[in-house]
Design a binder for this molecule. Structure first.
Ligand code: PAF
Length: 281
């Protein structure tokens, strides 16, 4: 099967007319520089739909002025080779001017769900994500879209958006793909130097220590987070931006773990590289 690449909104919309929100078509939205985690999303999409479209678009709307938009890694040719091997049918890789023209004024606002966790430190980020994902849904018109739980807040916001705005598609969330040492796969891992790379598995180990304490009967989120932060602070190359416990349905802080409805999420810096990870209890 040959992989087709479409690089503009007009051609993509014209093609999507033929399948408009059909359950046979799945979208995997990405910002490119693909890794095994993305490919697992593509494989999941293939298991549910006959046609898999992967969008590759580094979305300027979701980066703050001091963030890494310019240096965000990009390699379309390599991505296309990986996607052909993973069973994708089509890559949609538009130009920024086509998706986010300078005179664009509308944004999709996720409200308080976008202002907690990462939203406290990345104002406007989730409005940027929600807006571009809405546009991708309208241009590609998939019946199904697949996202990773690594970006748990993003996935929960998008699920709420699809429900509240009656968007005619289904979302699937796939568990975080991890390296052998537990590090959550992320395009930003490519920024890490050798020493930082050795330090960052402590992030998942710290989350696991909180999960173990919960399994042993600790239900106070303050105590679980204290244990988690202590574990992270023992690694001198890491600094914690936040460690919080929130409900999965509303993304509101919780004092006690409610089984099946609790997210423990962290953002950690290794040097200038900001990494996020989470567990669900
Ligand atoms: O998770 C990402 O890569 C991005 O936030 C997304 C969903 C592709 C929107 O730009």
């Amino acid at each position: 099967m040959t992989l087709r690449i479409i690089d503009n909104v007009h051609d993509m919309t014209e093609l999507a007319d033929s399948w408009s929100f059909s359950p046979d078509v799945a979208l995997v939205p990405t910002m490119g520089f693909l890794h095994e985690g993305h490919l697992s999303l593509v494989r999941e999409a293939s298991a549910h739909a006959q046609k898999v479209v992967v969008s590759i678009f580094v979305n300027p709307l979701q980066f703050g002025p001091a963030e890494d938009f310019d240096k965000y890694p990009r390699n379309l040719q390599c991505d296309a080779e990986l996607l052909a091997g993973a069973g994708a049918d089509l890559v949609f890789a538009p130009e920024a001017s086509d998706m986010t023209p300078e005179d664009m004024v509308f944004q999709v606002d996720p409200g308080p769900m976008g202002a907690i966790l990462c939203g406290q430190y990345r104002p406007g980020h989730f409005a940027g994500v929600s807006t571009i994902v809405t546009k991708l849904f309208n241009v590609v018109r998939p019946g199904l879209a697949v996202f990773g739980w690594k970006d748990a807040q993003q996935f929960l916001i998008l699920q709420k958006m699809v429900k509240e705005l009656n968007m005619p598609l289904k979302l699937i969330g796939l568990d975080t793909a991890r390296e052998a040492d537990g590090l959550a796969m992320s395009s930003r891992n490519s920024y890490l130097n050798e020493q930082q790379r050795k330090a960052v598995p402590a992030i998942y180990a710290a989350l696991q220590s909180a999960a173990n304490a919960y399994r042993n009967g600790e239900e106070s989120t303050a105590n679980l987070l204290q244990r988690l932060v202590k574990h992270l602070k023992a690694e001198p190359l890491l600094s914690v931006q936040y460690a919080e416990a929130v409900s999965l349905d509303k993304l509101e802080p919780v004092d006690t773990v409610e089984r099946g409805n609790t997210l423990i999420a962290v953002a950690v810096f290794a040097g200038e590289t900001r990494l996020i990870d989470n567990i669900r209890l």
